[in-house]
Design a protein around this ligand. Structure first.
Ligand code: KG4
Ligand code: ZN
Length: 330
């Protein structure tokens, strides 16, 4: 099948074409305007999707060497995400559905992230454990089969990407915080200070990042600007170490408890190199680890197309009444 995937749930305007599980194109526009506000401004995100989406889709189709008429179907994120942003992609796809009589399917953004693993690694089998760690989510799934997921746990408060973004803001490192903290951490001592790792217990798969965020803020409170500036990389690196360790330990705990020796890691935070490294350090040898390439960790259209291809092949379709659902669950 030849499928166009459209993703506009947050601040990436993205479209990709996938055919039989292979990427033909994957075009991502990361909206930079939000940097100066220190976070995503929902109204601005929607407006930029409106002005940029058609051009991005055009590039995705041209890159794949096809036109809209060649498509067998379309897939679009319809939640979770920012409602105004979701509506832009959804309206576009519905228009093509009506004008060109093409079937389409609404995709859960989180399922899209899970499919990034399969897109990158066609050999990734089920069952496996999948950690989706992003700016909005920290979800641990048992992927029983493609299309069948058991949510084992999520965060009680902040998502990990949100924690990276907030700590970067406190440290004056700009937005988005994840890449900024990762970069400065390279020259820091990750054992400079041991920040707390919240653990909800051996049988719990829930995460918590707000305590870690508060611990960093409390630590900084009585430090002089000179000290902070001298140890900026050490503090950032110590925070990063705690955050990635929390994620890796929970995912490994799930793999151990369910005796499933395969873990796939997805979402924007999965780009983090120290996260990848700590997974390798802490994993028993029999556990296989699957990380998508950085481009497939970030919100993108190809993962939505891949997930859409799976559902359309199974005979599922959406209709014109499909709505954007900001808190859609998986
Ligand atoms: O999956 P994503 O692109 O969008 C959401 O669905 O949220 O994830 C964005 C999040 C941001 O919070 C960003 O700071 C974080 O992923 N992120 C990272 C890195 N690159 C992006 N966090 C840690 N290390 C990175 N290298
Ligand atoms: Zn995402």
């Amino acid at each position: 099948m030849l499928i166009l995937g459209v993703e506009t749930s947050c601040d990436e305007t993205a479209a990709g074409v996938v055919s039989d599980g292979r990427i033909l194109s994957n075009i991502i526009l990361s909206q930079e305007i939000h940097e100066k506000y220190g976070g995503v401004v929902p109204e601005l995100a929607s407006r930029i999707h409106t002005t940029e989406l058609v051009g991005i889709i055009d590039k995705a189709l041209t890159g794949a060497g096809i036109t809209l008429d060649d498509l067998d179907g379309l897939a679009v994120t319809h939640g979770p995400g920012l409602v105004g942003a979701l509506l832009v992609g959804l309206s576009f796809v519905k228009s093509v559905h009506l004008a060109r009589k093409k079937p389409f399917i609404g995709i859960n953004h989180l399922e899209g992230h899970i499919f990034a693993g399969r897109l990158e690694h066609p050999g990734l089998t089920t069952p496996h454990i999948c950690l989706v760690a992003s700016g909005g989510h920290s979800n641990l799934y048992l992927v029983e089969d493609w299309g069948r997921y058991r949510l084992l746990g999520s965060t009680r408060d902040d998502a990990p990407g949100e924690a990276f973004d907030k700590i970067a803001k406190i440290l004056g490192l700009g937005y988005p915080g994840g890449p900024a903290i990762e970069k400065i951490s390279e020259s820091g001592d990750r054992n400079f200070i041991r920040f707390p790792r919240a653990d909800m217990g051996k049988d719990s798969y829930e995460f918590s990042f707000s305590g870690l965020k508060t611990a960093v803020a409390v630590y900084l409170k009585d430090k002089s600007p000179e000290f902070i500036s001298r140890h900026l990389a050490d503090i950032a690196s110590s925070f990063q170490e705690a955050a990635v360790e929390i994620l890796a330990l929970k995912a490994l705990q799930a793999a151990g408890n369910f005796q499933i020796p395969r873990i796939s890691i997805a979402g924007g935070v999965a780009r983090n190199k120290r996260l990848r490294e700590i997974f390798r350090e802490l994993s028993p040898r029999e556990i296989e680890l699957y990380f998508p390439s950085p481009e497939l960790c970030t919100d993108n259209g190809a993962m939505i197309a891949a997930c859409g291809e799976f559902h359309l092949e199974a005979g599922e379709t959406s209709d014109i009444n499909l709505n954007a659902v900001p808190y859609l669950e998986l």
